[in-house]
Design a protein around this ligand. Structure first.
Ligand code: HEC
Length: 151
């Protein structure tokens, strides 16, 4: 609490920052935050997919390690982003009523993507190609814990 107050005071001295939002995250902020993390993972997974499908003009695959690392980093932040019990977005209520199951999947994703990033560092595109399907458990969780898109 003391650190938060000090932080708020520090930011106040910077000028017109939206302090109330920082001190009191409202529900939409909590939902937006976890959705940003998911979108980051989606963007990285899409970038990796394009490299794996050789759809880019150059066959330079040197970015694959960076993309898998970014994916792993984002995945490492995802579990905590859902820890606050704020229903909404496309999250189903069982994210919180079955938090043990949900968190287990989040832990799995974090360790899978971490291993994927390490494999990419040494094995490059080939190592990623052979592991990606089993590493990305995205759909299994979405099927169970995420509402179908209504659009
Ligand atoms: C443990 C469960 C779980 C795993 C694993 C998971 N997701 Fe999600 N994902 C969710 C939930 C729940 C939502 C809905 C969040 C919300 O709207 O509040 C979501 C939403 C999303 C969205 C939509 C975000 C938006 O606002 O449009 C994308 C994109 C996404 N996930 C990508 C991924 C990718 C890519 C992976 C795998 C690398 C992944 N997710 C792994 C549970 C998971």
């Amino acid at each position: 609490m003391i650190r938060l107050v000090a932080l708020a005071a520090g930011l106040a001295s910077l000028g017109a920052l939206a302090l109330p939002a920082l001190v009191h995250a409202d529900d939409q902020d909590v939902i937006d935050y976890r959705e940003h993390i998911m979108k980051t993972m989606g963007a990285q997974a899409d970038a990796i997919e394009l490299i794996l499908q050789h759809k880019l003009p150059s066959d330079d695959d040197s970015n694959i390690a960076a993309h898998t690392k970014a994916l792993a980093l984002a995945a490492s932040t995802a579990k905590a982003a859902f820890a606050m019990n704020v229903a909404g977005g496309q999250a189903k209520p069982n994210v919180w009523t079955d938090s043990a199951g949900f968190n287990k999947r989040m832990d799995e994703l974090a360790s899978n993507t971490d291993a994927l990033a390490k494999a990419a560092e040494t094995g490059g595109v080939e190592a990623v190609a052979s592991r990606i399907q089993s590493a990305l458990t995205c759909k299994g969780c979405h099927d169970q814990y995420r509402e179908q898109k209504k659009k």
